[in-house]
Design a protein around this ligand. Structure first.
Ligand SMILES: C[S@@+](CC[C@H](N)C(=O)[O-])C[C@H]1O[C@@H](n2cnc3c(N)ncnc32)[C@H](O)[C@@H]1O
Ligand SMILES: [Zn+2]
Length: 278
């Protein structure tokens, strides 16, 4: 674990390791958990006592992802990262909102030379991620204030997440990119047809605010494949990873409870953005 990949979230000073904590030159200290992650989230960055995904949500995500249902997504981001990285130097990838760490684990298994950093606002998610992958650097932190040196990151991953363009620009180097994966209009359409009386189709989030922050779209492709869920447990695990779990009605829940098998369309937008046109 390389703690020097992080900086003090209060004043941006370098941090070094003490017993059970990290300390900056100005004396700010931060917890170093025995699971192998650090907590760099400042109290004022928390909207609630325990922000982000809960332990149950993290475990549901882990079961679903470890079952391999989203392996084509992991393969796609590996191919993009690999084509961007030169072979002669380390390539630093930050997963901004890394959840329980599935995508970084996959990247590491495919290319151990990648320098990987995962941050998430959910302590439960980071704890679960760190337990499984001690070679990746993990911190509880917010995309709104990334505790990472300016200009040091080659690729920011934002998978089904919450991009904060100004923070991403700060940590990216000049030739760096953001890789975004978002739901497209047919994503999990068969599930949505069960849980909603009428389905509203909308595409992936607009890039207007990214363009206003100086980014340019460099590539955009769609990733579509089918998955088959064969139990209520698998269906519920997937559901808890989606915003539908908060939006669906009681009637929707009743209808879904009758379903044991579900063939689903995964329909995603995979976009890369850069701060220069290159
Ligand atoms: C839909 S989940 C996606 C997780 C992971 N990227 C994946 O695809 O498995 C969104 C994640 O963003 C995290 N999150 C929410 N707000 C955040 C913020 N301001 N900074 C960093 N992470 C945040 C949540 O805790 C959650 O783990
Ligand atoms: Zn400090």
């Amino acid at each position: 674990m390389k703690w020097n990949q992080f900086i003090c979230p209060v004043d941006g000073q370098p941090i070094s390791q003490q017993v059970g904590s990290l300390r900056c030159d100005q004396g700010h200290t931060f917890d170093l958990a025995r699971e192998g992650y650090c907590n760099l989230l400042l109290v004022q960055q928390k909207a609630s006592h325990d922000p982000g995904d809960s332990h149950e949500m993290v475990m549901a995500r882990r079961r679903f992802l470890e079952a391999g249902f989203y392996l084509p997504i992991a393969q796609k981001i590996f191919n993009i990262a690999n084509s961007q990285s030169g072979s002669e130097r380390e390539f630093r990838i930050l997963d901004a909102g890394s959840g329980e760490g599935y995508y970084l684990r996959y990247l590491q298994s495919q290319n151990p030379v990648f320098e990987l950093i995962g941050i998430d606002i959910s302590k439960q998610a980071v704890k679960a991620a760190a337990k499984m992958s001690p070679l990746i650097s993990w911190a509880v932190a917010s995309n709104k204030q990334l505790p990472i040196d300016s200009g040091s990151v080659d690729l920011v991953l934002c998978m089904f997440g919450f991009p904060v363009w100004s923070s991403f620009s700060k940590v990216l180097n000049k030739a760096g990119h953001v890789l975004l994966v978002d739901a497209s209009e047919d994503h999990l359409i068969e599930l949505r047809e069960i849980i909603y009386p009428t389905v509203t189709k909308s595409g992936p989030p607009s890039m207007e605010s990214a363009f206003k922050s100086g980014y340019q779209l460099q590539s955009e492709e769609s990733l579509r494949f089918k998955i088959e869920l064969n139990s209520q447990a698998e269906i519920n695990d997937l559901l808890s990873m989606t915003p539908h779990v908060h939006r669906m009605t009681e009637e929707g829940k009743r209808r879904l409870a009758l379903v044991e098998k579900l063939q689903l369309t995964v329909d995603l937008s995979v976009r890369t953005l850069g701060l220069t046109s290159g």
